[in-house]
Design a binder for this molecule. Structure first.
Ligand code: F6R
Length: 238
């Protein structure tokens, strides 16, 4: 196990440091596959990547992106969907080709089939070069919630109460509009990613410590990352 801990002074510093790693990945391999996350924490990272792309420092022209998760039964055009989050916070600000951006289809008629399709899609891409992760208050990564076992490939997951409460703040109608289920990448493509960058703010101090220093258990899903050979954790102290 080799975890690289990068301490950032504040969220802006965290965003810059995580963006440095993503930019380096894209410069090193322009035709790379980036695994992307949503949530509050990566927003600054994406803003930093947009700035660098606009200034001509990096290009995402040949990049393929594959997101971790999407809510079930929220249409892609809804502002609550993760597709919409990605368009607003990253895709429309950079020069990535829209057909090269992938998220699970939360409106699929057959979720089992959609999960199979997404798993195969990632495999056909040859896996992920760099996976950006956040961490939930309960230790989830993607929407891999605490459970009895680690699930390996894309699946439909029931969101935990704490996750629904944490994310309901982003929904206009709060818990009312908050979906009960999501489609998420499982642990296999995450763990097979050639490099992982996990970003976490000061509010994640305790769960981060539990995940990285405690036992590896599906009760704390992020603990599996202890087994990843190239994990960088960018943690903001404030
Ligand atoms: C979403 C995702 C989640 C978030 C986590 C933390 O795509 O992967 O695991 O990273 O819920 O969210 P924030 O950053 O909002 O605290």
């Amino acid at each position: 196990m080799q975890i690289k801990h990068i301490i950032a002074a504040n969220p802006a510093d965290m965003a810059r440091k995580a963006a440095n790693m993503i930019a380096a990945q894209v410069l090193m391999k322009p035709k790379c596959v980036l695994g992307l996350a949503t949530g509050s924490t990566p927003i600054g990272v994406y803003a930093e990547l947009i700035r660098r792309c606009r200034e001509g420092d990096i290009s995402f022209r040949d990049v393929t992106s594959v997101n971790l998760d999407e809510y079930c039964n929220i249409p892609a055009f809804s502002k609550n969907s993760y597709r919409c989050y990605m368009e607003e916070n990253l895709f429309t600000g950079i020069d990535i080709a829209p057909p090269s951006t992938f998220l699970p289809d939360g409106m699929a008629a057959d979720f089992d089939e959609e999960c199979r399709r997404y798993t195969e899609l990632i495999d056909r891409m040859g896996g992920i070069d760099l996976q950006l992760l956040g961490i939930g208050m309960n230790g989830h990564i993607g929407f891999n919630e605490p459970a009895d076992v680690f699930t390996m490939d894309t699946y439909r997951v029931a969101l935990s109460k704490s996750t629904r409460e944490a994310n309901a703040v982003h929904f206009e109608d709060g818990m009312e509009g908050m979906p009960t289920h999501a489609l998420t990448m499982g642990m296999r493509p995450i763990m097979q990613a050639r490099r992982i960058v996990l970003v976490a703010g000061a509010n994640k101090k305790d769960i981060l410590e539990e995940a990285l220093c405690g036992p590896v258990t599906p009760r704390v899903p992020a603990s599996i990352l202890q087994l990843h050979p190239r994990l960088s954790v960018v943690y903001s102290e404030t």
